[in-house]
Design a protein. Structure first.
Length: 77
């Protein structure tokens, strides 16, 4: 449910692939979050829930969006 201080993530939900590779996060969220920052948060257990396929790390679209919603604040002013 969208609250007054919560951004609408519907466009993001429709534009992200089912699994977002960490190494491509800047492609999908340019200027907002970097793969290095996500790697640091992951090492602290503070990042979005991740999946590992071989040596690659990715995030399920819904998990990434849910994590972003919890960390974001929307100021419509």
């Amino acid at each position: 449910m969208k609250t007054p201080n919560s951004p609408d993530m519907a466009d993001l939900l429709s534009s992200l692939p089912p699994i977002v590779p960490r190494h491509q996060i800047e492609h999908y969220l340019p200027g907002f979050i970097s793969r290095g920052y996500l790697a640091n948060l992951d090492s602290l257990g503070l990042g979005p829930r991740k999946i590992r396929i071989g040596s690659k790390i990715g995030y399920l679209r819904e998990d990434l969006i849910s994590w972003l919603k919890k960390r974001s604040h929307y100021d419509p002013a």
